[in-house]
Write a protein that binds this ligand. Structure first.
Ligand SMILES: NC(=O)c1ccc[n+]([C@@H]2O[C@H](COP(=O)([O-])OP(=O)(O)OC[C@H]3O[C@@H](n4cnc5c(N)ncnc54)[C@H](OP(=O)(O)O)[C@@H]3O)[C@@H](O)[C@H]2O)c1
Length: 264
């Protein structure tokens, strides 16, 4: 898709991957409707990046369906259309499955799954009416591999992948595409903002930069035929995924030796 002058609704735009993506899409000539809870975070980004009249800011919780309808209303009022939805807002949850608190789990499902669905429900009919458009869902490679202590979070990302896959088939022939993004570990404040138990310090951990993720997402969006699933991984993550598919029992046994041991 040619991105110049496209109107993009982007959730989770104030920090991390969303912030990098907002800057990258602006440089492509897109007009942006940026969504996050923090109004000051969005305003600071728009000011620093010099978005000017090219961006509308919508502060609200993606878990609230009213936020999605406000974002679409803003896109139509300010720019007269909407071409792309990027469901990027997300929250982490860490802890063993047996200790996942009901309130924490409900919240990550509400934000990561129902939140994305709120925006799909409001946006996709406009894309279908136009006969073209793109939905980008930010999942995670964790949806496709076993990650102890992240079961609650990865369950939400696996659900998002399933929604993405069904939506793609349902929209076939409408001109509206669906791109699922599965990044590995990215250097953002995501871990600090996560619910549940704190992430352990991992000094020296190799992580992708949010700019690299933004670059690869934009490249896929621009291509005439975007991939169904866009994996964005470091070399070791790619190897881990490959080995996990080839030798799942072996990899799980290794994980059990490393992390297991009677968690209740
Ligand atoms: N970082 C990683 O290692 C990694 C890896 C794979 C996938 N991902 C996925 O990539 C996406 C972005 O992650 P990130 O690393 O950029 O995280 P981040 O740095 O914590 O940024 C999260 C963004 O989402 C917004 N947000 C969070 N909850 C929201 C809500 N309820 N309503 C509206 N906006 C909300 C935040 O702004 P406010 O707080 O102002 O609302 C912020 O702009 C997430 O879906 C995450 O699951 C991340």
């Amino acid at each position: 898709m040619r991105l110049q002058d496209r109107v993009v609704i982007l959730t989770g735009a104030s920090r991390g991957i969303g912030r990098a993506l907002a800057g990258r899409l602006f440089r492509e000539g897109c007009r942006l409707v940026l969504v996050a809870r923090s109004r000051t975070g969005l305003a600071e980004l728009a000011e620093t990046a010099g978005f000017g009249n090219s961006a509308a800011l919508v502060s609200g919780d993606v878990a609230d369906p009213a936020t999605a309808s406000r974002a679409v209303g803003e896109a139509l009022a300010r720019f007269g259309r909407v071409d792309v939805l990027v469901n990027n807002a997300g929250v982490g949850l860490r802890g063993p499955v047996t200790r996942l608190g009901p309130e924490d789990f409900r919240r990550v499902v509400e934000v990561n799954v129902a939140g994305a669905l709120n925006f799909i429900r409001e946006t996709v009919p406009h894309l279908v009416d136009q006969g073209e458009g793109l939905v980008v869902n930010m999942a995670s490679v964790a949806a496709r591999q076993t990650v102890p202590f992240l079961g609650g979070y990865t369950a939400t990302k696996a659900a998002l992948v399933a929604l993405s896959d069904a939506l793609r088939v349902e929209l076939s022939g409408t001109g509206v595409g669906v791109l699922t993004v599965l990044p590995g570990s990215v250097e953002t404040g995501f871990r600090a903002a996560a619910r549940g138990e704190p992430y352990p310090e991992r000094p020296g951990a190799v992580r992708l930069s949010p700019e690299r993720v933004a670059e690869e997402v934009v490249r896929a969006m621009r291509s005439g035929r975007p991939p169904r699933n866009l994996y964005i991984l470091s070399r070791s993550e790619r190897l881990g995924l490959f080995l996990g598919r080839l030798f799942p029992r072996l990899v799980e046994a290794r994980l059990a030796r490393r992390y297991g041991g009677g968690v209740t």
